[in-house]
Each structure stands twice: as structure tokens, then as C-alpha cells.
Design a protein around this ligand. Structure first.
Ligand code: MTE
Length: 315
């Protein structure tokens, strides 16, 4: 993302792990080096999260019919700078992240500010399986079977005030458990933002799991944002605070490099990033590139949100 030279030595190789195997081998996704030695990014489920069954979920009609990217790739090729800037770093180092106890406070321009214990968020409603494309600004993409709740469910519960126009997402930044935070790679904590109507859109997901299991730490446990029509970096991980505000918030990437990263960051094959073309992408595990679709293929559902806006200026 930043002007840090991208090390590509850990480019993933395609492999197959079926969801069935995931269900049969109940695992936490600590992603330790030991896990890699076994040929997977998995390790035994910690006692705190132990449960004999996969997370119950209902299938969402909003899923893409495309084939999900193998679990091994989804959990070993990550951007999570709190654990290092190399794609392999989060799987190697995120085991130090402590996901219990964990609270998420929702504050700002709301009638009922609340602090949720993470397990209460799990109880807000039935988890939905949503298979979404994720397109990174760097030119790679994946298809991920997320488990989560519409973000709108959480936001409605605090009753946004009429003056609330934007939503700010603040990630955890604990130097004791997140070693990357001790380096000033970005201005911590990691911040993301959406317009309120984007945040309330039915496609916007608060992910609590993937591939039928609780979220692997390297993918943003215990909860992260997923906004499938925007570049992957709009998906803040390990969120601790959500603030409803009147003015457009600054995001971590806008602060780091406003010329390269705009507030909207909608997937747009017509607007290149200064360092990467956005016209095509390489699906992780595939050899040939494919064309990138406007709004990452979700234009029917989300293009009306931007009617009348110049998306070259509002990139
Ligand atoms: N959230 C936090 N807190 N820290 C990060 O470094 N990286 C972002 C986003 N969310 C990031 C983050 C970027 S650049 C991407 S591409 C996605 O997470 C990657 O999500 P994934 O590793 O689950 O594919």
C-alpha cells in the first residue's frame, strides 16, 4: 500500500482446502509458524472460543456464485500492518492478538451510544454466509465466504441522529499485542470511513467469521468491515470503536498519502492508482488476469449511491 517496496517473495501458490475439511477439523486460525509447517495456516482452537460446531449461518442471496479462493490463501496472504508489512507477516505474527475480552463502542451522533461485548454482537442476529469478491488496489483479488451481519443491524440499534452523515471505524492499536504498531508505518490507530448511506447499504457486512469458522486473527478478528464494491483497504480490521460524525473523516491511508488514496476508493477500472493499473486483476490462485468490473461487479446495487458524482475527482 504505502511506498514501502512490496516484497513478493511470499506469493501464494494455489491449493485446495474444501469447506468440508474445515468443518471436520475444528480449528482456530492462529496462523502460527507451526501451522505452516503442517502445510496449513491453522492451529487448535483456543479454549476461549471453543465450540464443537461450526458457526451456524444462513446462505445469503447476495453471494457471488464464483468459486471461493482456497482457505490457505485467504489466511496466508494478508494486509494487516499491525503485524508487519509483508503479506505473510499477519499469519506468522497475529497469534499475539487477544480477541477476548473485546468490546466495540458505538458513539458520536447517535441517540443510544452503546458498548457491545463481542459475544453480544454474535447474538444480534443469525450470521449470514456472504460470498464476496475482494479486490485489492494492488491488483490482486480473492473470493471469500464471509460470515457476518449487515452493519446496518448494529448501526440501527444505536439510532443515528439526523446530523450523522459519516461513519468512522477505529481499529485496535495495542503495542503489546500488535508489534507493528511500534513502527510508525502509518499513523495508528488504523482508521477507515464510509458515508452513512454506504455504511447502511445491505451489502456492507460486519464479518465475524469466514469459511464457516470464527475469523482468523490475520483476517481481522474478532470483527472487521467488508465493503465489497470498494478496494480491500476500506475493510478495517479488529475494530474497537465506531463513531458517527457530521464531517467526512480522515482515513489512515488518506493521511499517509492523500494523492494515492481517496475517501471513496470504489473499485473503478477507469481510474488508475498512480502505481497500479486498475483495469485488470489477478485472482489469487489463477494465472491469467481478468478484467476488473466497475464497483467490483456490484454496480447494479451501488452505482445509484454515487449518482451525479465525478468519480475521477471523488476517487
Ligand atoms: N485493517 C487494519 N486494522 N490494518 C490494516 O493494515 N489493511 C487493509 C484492510 N484492513 C488493514 C486493515 C488492507 S490494505 C486490505 S487489502 C485488507 O484489510 C486485507 O484484508 P485481508 O487480509 O482479509 O484480505
Amino acid at each position: 500500500m504505502l511506498s514501502i517496496p512490496a516484497r513478493r517473495t511470499n506469493d501464494v501458490t494455489p491449493s485446495e482446502i474444501t469447506p468440508r475439511e474445515v468443518f471436520e477439523r475444528r480449528r482456530d486460525f492462529l496462523g502460527t509458524a507451526a501451522g505452516f509447517a503442517l502445510g496449513t495456516a491453522l492451529a487448535p482452537l483456543s479454549a476461549a472460543l471453543a465450540s464443537e460446531k461450526p458457526l451456524a449461518s444462513i446462505k445469503s442471496p447476495l453471494s457471488t456464485p464464483e468459486k471461493p479462493t482456497p482457505l490457505k490463501d485467504v489466511t496466508s496472504y494478508n494486509n494487516f500492518y499491525e503485524f508487519g508489512t509483508d503479506k505473510a507477516d499477519p499469519a506468522l505474527h497475529a497469534h499475539t492478538l487477544k480477541t477476548r475480552p473485546w468490546t466495540v463502542s458505538i458513539e458520536g451522533l447517535v441517540k443510544q451510544p452503546k458498548t457491545f461485548a463481542i459475544d453480544d454482537i454474535f447474538r444480534l442476529g443469525a450470521l449470514e454466509e456472504r460470498i464476496y469478491r475482494l479486490r485489492c488496489v494492488e491488483g490482486w483479488s480473492m473470493v471469500i465466504p464471509w460470515l457476518g451481519l449487515p452493519l446496518a443491524t448494529l448501526l440501527k440499534s444505536v439510532e443515528p441522529l439526523g446530523s450523522a452523515k459519516y461513519v468512522e471505524f477505529i481499529s485496535a492499536a495495542d503495542p503489546k499485542t500488535m508489534p507493528g504498531v511500534n513502527r510508525s508505518v502509518i499513523d495508528w490507530p488504523y482508521l477507515e470511513g464510509l458515508r452513512l448511506d454506504e455504511a447502511m447499504h445491505p451489502l456492507t457486512l460486519l464479518a465475524l467469521g469466514l469459511y464457516g469458522e470464527v475469523l482468523p486473527k490475520q483476517n481481522g478478528a474478532p470483527l472487521r468491515l467488508v465493503v465489497p464494491w470498494k478496494y480491500g483497504f476500506k475493510s478495517g480490521k479488529s475494530i474497537v470503536k465506531i463513531r458517527l460524525v457530521e464531517k467526512q473523516p480522515q482515513t489512515a491511508w488518506m493521511k499517509a498519502n492523500p494523492r494515492e488514496y481517496g475517501f471513496y476508493s470504489n473499485v473503478n477500472p477507469e481510474v488508475d492508482h498512480p502505481r497500479w493499473s486498475q483495469a485488470s486483476e489477478r485472482r489469487i490462485g489463477e494465472f491469467l488476469k481478468r478484467k476488473t468490473l466497475p464497483f467490483n461487479g456490484y454496480a447494479d446495487q451501488v452505482a445509484p449511491l454515487y449518482a451525479g458524482m465525478d468519480l475521477k475527482i471523488n476517487f
